[in-house]
Design a protein around this ligand. Structure first.
Ligand SMILES: [Zn+2]
Length: 351
């Protein structure tokens, strides 16, 4: 008999002994295939070392990288275990039964390839560092109307819009939104309250940027979303949607909460390296309430670090380093509070 599972891509042929009812043999009917595609990683400015490049410019072929698209089903669309682009309108959607998705940005299907590759790669990475509880499958609308990218926690749809620079041409925008999906899988509703919103946004920024630090050179390293920012007309060489090296507020700068939090996480990356920092940045979500604020985030990071110490993957001195990093920025991570002896701006401030 042929059985269809809850997932439409999940079909099995099962041979059953009609006398005993015993399953003799079963085989999965869906062929999991490897396709090929072209991507930006994370954007053509980085690939070309061209901070002044504009989305209006022609993009030379050297800006693209050929990649494998893993575990596609047999539909000819970009559908796999962690992401499908089925939320994209049928008119814009690319279908290649051969598995050859090597198209450039002039073809709207390029946006789907970007979304499929980067989300699939990010999820596989999370599992490789032991974050199996962060497994979440999303559907992507890679050619959304209007402007702005967003994740809907109720439908698990990531919408990447085409206004300005198409969001899907900037891998850091894609992974920022997938970062929200990961957060939501661990603590439902995280970021919907005013207090937790900057934590959610800052964590999503960190999540997006951590994948590309290895390919970014020099001036690109201190921020993210350069391609999106260029499409929005922002200046800078390169321009950034947001930076990762904001240290406020003790330097007298106005407090930008999202960048404050991503800056804290990025400091942990500089202290402990990528894998440990990524583990902390996803791990703290298991301890923070859905409406938790900065101080809750800080004490939750200390809590998950204690688990790493207990597991032998972090040394005992690491807690003091985390506490000191927060203390210098005005947060008491041991008490889970804002330092009383500093003039910390009222919360929440500018996101
Ligand atoms: Zn966001």
């Amino acid at each position: 008999m042929d059985l269809a599972g809850a997932d439409p891509a999940d079909r099995w042929r099962v041979y059953v002994d009609v006398v005993t009812g015993r399953v003799i043999h079963s085989e999965e009917q869906v062929l999991r295939a490897t396709g090929s595609g072209l991507i930006f990683s994370p954007n053509p400015m980085v690939a070309l070392g061209a901070p002044g490049l504009s989305p209006a410019d022609p993009i030379p072929s050297e800006a693209y990288r050929e990649v494998a698209l893993l575990d596609l089903d047999d539909s000819g669309f970009l559908t796999g275990p962690w992401v499908t682009t089925e939320a994209t309108s049928a008119a814009a959607r690319i279908r290649r039964p051969s598995g050859d998705f090597r198209v450039t940005r002039e073809n709207t299907g390029f946006r789907e390839v970007m979304a499929y590759y980067h989300i699939d790669t990010a999820q596989r990475y999370l599992q490789s560092i032991g974050m199996a509880h962060a497994a979440v499958r999303v559907s992507v609308d890679a050619s959304g109307s209007g402007s702005g990218a967003f994740f809907d926690p109720n439908t698990l749809v990531v919408t990447l819009s085409t206004g300005g620079t198409p969001d899907a041409e900037d891998a850091e925008v894609i992974l920022h939104e997938y970062g929200h999906a990961v957060q939501n899988a661990i603590v439902f509703g995280f970021g919907q309250a005013a207090a937790s919103r900057p934590l959610a946004e800052g964590t999503a920024d960190y999540f997006a940027a951590t994948f590309f630090d290895g390919v970014k050179g020099g001036a690109f390293r201190r921020g993210l979303g350069s391609w999106e920012a260029a499409g929005d007309g922002q200046t800078g060489s390169p321009p950034f949607s947001r930076v990762l090296d904001f240290h406020g507020p003790l330097g007298g700068q106005p407090l930008r909460l999202t960048e404050f939090w991503s800056g804290c996480l990025w400091s942990l990356r500089e202290l402990f390296g990528r894998t440990r920092a990524d583990t902390l940045a996803v791990g703290f979500l298991s301890f923070v309430p859905h409406d938790g604020g900065l101080a809750d985030g800080a004490i939750s990071l200390v809590a998950v670090n204690r688990l790493l110490i207990a597991a032998g993957t972090a040394d005992r001195d690491s807690e003091a380093a985390i506490v000191e990093m927060f203390w210098e920025r005005g947060v008491d991570a041991r008490q889970g509070s804002i330092r009383s002896d500093v003039d910390f701006p009222p919360l929440p401030a500018v996101i």
